[in-house]
Ligand binder design. Structure first.
Ligand code: PBG
Ligand code: ZN
Length: 329
């Protein structure tokens, strides 16, 4: 006696009926990088298909995204001027506040998320204000600034805030700031379990946010730590985060599953720049079937327990999903 698994794999319709996990265009958030100027759309060498864009180009891009069924974006700002505290991020005329206002004015139906951090805005490239003695980010001063930044984004009309700086207490501080300013209904999606990863390399080219000295290991997590990974997300749940996140995704599938099983909140994963570039470069070298590898990877995140996937592949994946719905698989 043995089990006949294969008889359920023969008819393609039965295979579809028995599919346990599905991928949908509703799962995606698409990252966009904004800089000042007009008509600016510059591709980044390390991330083919990813651009630094001016606000007018971002507004146009939203038309393309909506045509593909993509209804949510996450914005990263590249300011003209950087300083020691990252003032542009806390200014109502800063690059992100301007972009949010422009996008929401042109596309009220686009769900706009902002990344809340300081590394793109500080001249030293770290994720907050520096403690001159410790030569790393001062946690508690940075908390005050994160709350200010959150309120600036909220006033500009953002739909959700995503703090990525891995400061202790950041969700409490941001929630208090938002609630105090009357934004009790603005959700916070925390980058709750974020590792100090080499997979962010290409992003730092696009966002111009590489630290000028040292690294982020005094605030981002050690990739070796599983228990701590759960504790970080559980702490943010207790602080009042609405959605949690594991980042990066591909090398951390076990952590995605662990967080899924240890909290009741919705879970996002960030399919980061290095993961995207690996597939792009492998495709360019002709060594993989890019579309199939991409779809298998994205589906894997869902199977591991993700509800939301932040991914640079969103447009390409949306096109493929649309064709599948049309029945031409
Ligand atoms: C900012 C931030 C980073 C990413 C998202 N938000 C970079 C970092 O922590 O250095 C990485 C995204 C990617 O690699 O695609 N803190
Ligand atoms: Zn940062």
């Amino acid at each position: 006696m043995f089990t006949r698994f294969r008889r359920k794999r023969i008819h393609p319709v039965l295979r579809d009926l028995l599919q346990e996990t599905t991928l949908s265009v509703n799962d995606f958030i698409y990252p966009l990088f904004v800089k000042s100027g007009e008509g600016v759309k510059e591709e980044v060498a390390s991330m083919p298909g990813v651009y630094q864009m001016s606000i007018d180009e971002i507004v146009k891009e939203c038309d393309n995204l909506k045509a593909l069924g993509i209804k949510s974006i996450i914005l990263f700002g590249i300011p003209d001027v950087k300083d020691s505290v990252g003032s542009d991020a806390m200014c109502e005329h800063g690059i992100i506040a301007q972009t949010v206002r422009a996008v929401k004015a042109a596309h009220p139906d686009m769900f706009v998320v902002t990344d809340l951090c300081f590394c793109e805005y500080t001249d030293h490239g770290h994720c907050g204000v520096l403690d001159p003695v410790l030569e790393t980010v001062d946690n508690d001063i940075t908390l005050d600034n994160l709350a200010k930044q959150a309120v600036v984004h909220a006033k500009a009309g953002v739909d959700m805030i995503a703090p990525s700086g891995m400061m202790d207490g950041m969700i409490t501080a941001i929630r208090e700031g938002l609630d105090g300013a009357g934004f009790v209904n603005l959700p916070v999606m925390s980058y709750s379990t974020k590792f100090a990863s080499a997979y962010y390399g290409p992003f730092r080219d696009v966002a111009e946010s590489a630290p000028s000295f040292g690294d982020r290991r005094s605030y981002q997590m050690n990739p070796a730590n599983r228990r701590e990974a759960i504790a970080e997300s559980v702490a943010d749940e207790m602080e009042g985060a609405d959605i949690l996140m594991v980042k990066p995704a591909l090398a951390y599938m076990d952590v995605i599953r662990d967080v899924r099983e240890n909290t009741t909140l919705p879970l996002a994963v960030y399919n980061v720049s290095g993961e995207y570039s690996m597939l792009k470069m492998a495709a360019k070298a002709g060594v993989i079937d890019y579309e199939r590898v991409m779809m298998e990877t994205l589906l894997g995140f869902k199977r591991a327990g993700a509800d939301i996937i932040i991914t640079y592949h969103a447009k390409e994946a949306a096109e493929i999903l649309a064709k599948q719905v049309a029945g031409s698989r």
